[in-house]
Design a protein around this ligand. Structure first.
Ligand SMILES: O=C(NC/C=C/[C@H]1OC[C@H](O)[C@@H]1O)c1cc([N+](=O)[O-])cc(O)c1O
Ligand SMILES: [Mg+2]
Length: 214
């Protein structure tokens, strides 16, 4: 095995992290991706901003768009109270399989509901299929061209309420210019930019936190 980057990350986790210890899994992934090979996890610096937003939002219903290997899913899941629900959508079945194994290794697989498929197809099904009313927090980290259409879809499907928080990764690099323009000019949102760096690199990036006003 070890033929793909996600599989090599999983192998490193299984070799270096402590089973059932989510923080050691998070640390192992950051160590591997900063020293051995880069991967598109939100990373430790932007991850701390994510942690802060999760802790201050205290969400009951969380949606993540773009699971990849599950790094940010773990960062969120470890901070949620029992009874909270974390739904993560990944359209690449291989990424989803690796993420599932990483959740199991970290002991958080019961806290995470992983859906494999296109976010644009799955978002309109969430209310019926998963009995979800509204999301308190949405972490957006999938294809950058999908940020804006999927945000509009969340609005149209009535999945946001006054106070819902959107947190978008990579708004500078690779960038999501149409999303930024919309979310910063739409009167239904109050946005705040958190400058940081692209994961594991000295390149400028940041996350955009936007509160839906209803
Ligand atoms: O494309 C990025 N993320 C989108 C992920 C895309 C994958 O997830 C959904 C789909 O399965 C696709 O294969 C990305 C890219 C960089 N980057 O520096 O290229 C940095 C990041 O943090 C990123 O989230
Ligand atoms: Mg990202």
């Amino acid at each position: 095995t070890g033929t793909t980057r996600p599989l090599r990350i999983l192998q490193h986790v299984q070799r270096s992290a402590k089973q059932g210890d989510a923080l050691s899994v998070i640390t192992a992934i950051d160590s591997y991706c900063s020293k051995v090979e880069w991967a598109m996890n939100v990373g430790d610096k932007k991850g701390e901003i994510l942690d802060t937003v999760v802790l201050e939002t205290r969400p009951r219903y969380v949606l993540e768009l773009g699971t990849y290997c599950g790094y940010s899913t773990l960062r969120i899941a470890r901070l949620l109270p029992p009874g909270a629900r974390l739904i993560t959508i990944e359209m690449n079945p291989h990424y989803a399989q690796v993420a599932k194994e990483i959740f199991q290794y970290a002991g958080l697989d019961a806290q995470v509901e992983l859906l494999v498929g296109s976010s644009t197809v799955l978002i309109p099904q969430l209310k019926k299929k998963l009995d979800i009313e509204k999301f308190d927090l949405v972490f957006i980290d999938h294809w950058k061209v999908s940020y804006l259409p999927d945000t509009k879809l969340l609005e149209e499907c009535g999945l946001l309420k006054a106070g819902s928080v959107l947190l978008a990764d990579n708004v500078i690099c690779p960038g999501a210019p149409d999303y930024l323009k919309y979310i910063r000019n739409c009167p239904r949102y109050r946005s705040q930019y958190f400058p940081a760096q692209l994961e594991y690199l000295q390149v400028e990036d940041g996350v955009e936190k936007s509160v839906f006003l209803g």
